[in-house]
Design a protein around this ligand. Sequence first.
Ligand SMILES: [Zn+2]
Length: 510
Amino acid sequence: MAFVKSVACSCLSLILACGSPVPRTLLLSNVELLDGSGGPARTGSLRVAGDTIVAIGDLTRQPSDSVVDGGGLTLAPGFIDTHSHADRGFDRHPDALAAVSQGITTIVGGQDGDSPYPLGPFLDSLARRPAAVNVAMYVGHATIRTLLLGKDYRRTATATELDSMKKLLRHELGAGALGLSTGLEYEEAHSASREEVLALAQVAADSGGRYISHVRSEDRGFWPAIDELLEIGRVTGMPVQLSHAKIAMRRIWGQADRLLAKLDSARARGTRVTLDVYPYLYWQSTLRVLFPEGNYGDVKEARFALDQVSPADGLLLGRFEPDSSYAGKTVAQIAALRHQDPALTLVALIKESEGKAESVIGTSMIEPDLVKLLAWPYGNICTDGELDGRHPRGYGTFSRVLGRYVREQHVVPLAEMIRKMSALAAENVGIQRRGRLEPGWYADLVLFDPATVIDHATPQDPHALSTGIARTWVNGIEVYHDGLTTGARPGQVLRRSTTAPPPLRPSAHL
Ligand SMILES: [Zn+2]
């Protein structure tokens, strides 16, 4: 059946410096349109004027159109990565190959409690010298906390310090951040009391923001950590998002259903809780994160971590500054080299890396749990990745979900997964007018082949490009085409707006 959705596009003509209006439209024809709503694909075309989608449906070519024949591939809204560490890497990688090569058009940074400070100048400079992708940010709790407490963070903040933190947070949110992020499992924030976190979350709620959290524990203290997140959502009334959801301890494996039932029942009582998740059974962090209480010399604790959280042969060092020959080896391999017990090795490695850089990939999850988390209707996909990191998630996440979990394992239908990668992701972090193929919405687009899309990045080759992602556009400008970035950097800084967006003629603001 014929279908056409359009908006009058005369108002969207570009005005060149000479003053004469020059219509510049792009017609993407011969594509299967998945619009981000979760509805079925429809064959048709899509027209872009400037940075905006102006028509979708059975479109005939107009004189102003430059035409891209999609060759029957699928056109979807560009993917929105709601938990990204790409914000640390735009100075080195403004083309954001890791992101755009998997169809990502918007990244959300400032995660895990860590954001650039001060945020306003960071965003202003990104607006002046854009990256290839759009960028939205949260304000990090640990960033603010360590500004006040310095290195003395293994304690609760005093009332005076908390007051100062509230002021700082209010100021940082004023730069246009989406809300407050926490990384309560990390040492800079782990000693923050529930009261401290709740008081700061209330400031974010009062500013019209939201909350996103790497919770206090993903293993030993998992259930109380989930309760803390839900309490923040219940008391403040703002949306709360569980970052990179995982069940990362042997003892609680198989309990994804229990987690989702808990979130569903909180939602039924009015708490606006959602989650994001990445499609790997291993995380990346520091060795120290295995000791949340900071007792790094405790061999008993090391044995517990290796038995329950990640086995020695599942802990792969990505970086180890004190001895770079350890990079690429597991703790089990290093223990064998040193003729040492793995738990003693773990303790020794942490001692040796004091004040130095180290990173580790830890295998801690099982696929039956992951599959359930990927399928939850209120969960969207995130990478948790960097633009040049050691974990393959930075390059492979979205194509892995589409290839391995949609095409091969049928976890959810393709249209539903596209919704979770786009429209739902936008909704879960408060980004407006992106994530749908809809006239009047921004032209963030990905053209891909559902029959072949797959990731190739691995821990051994973390920067291998995916196949099946053909082309990516950000704000109507092509940024990626068959394995290469185009050099265009049309990304916008997305700032939280306190007012509803206008019905048409979108600005650079959310
Ligand atoms: Zn995290």
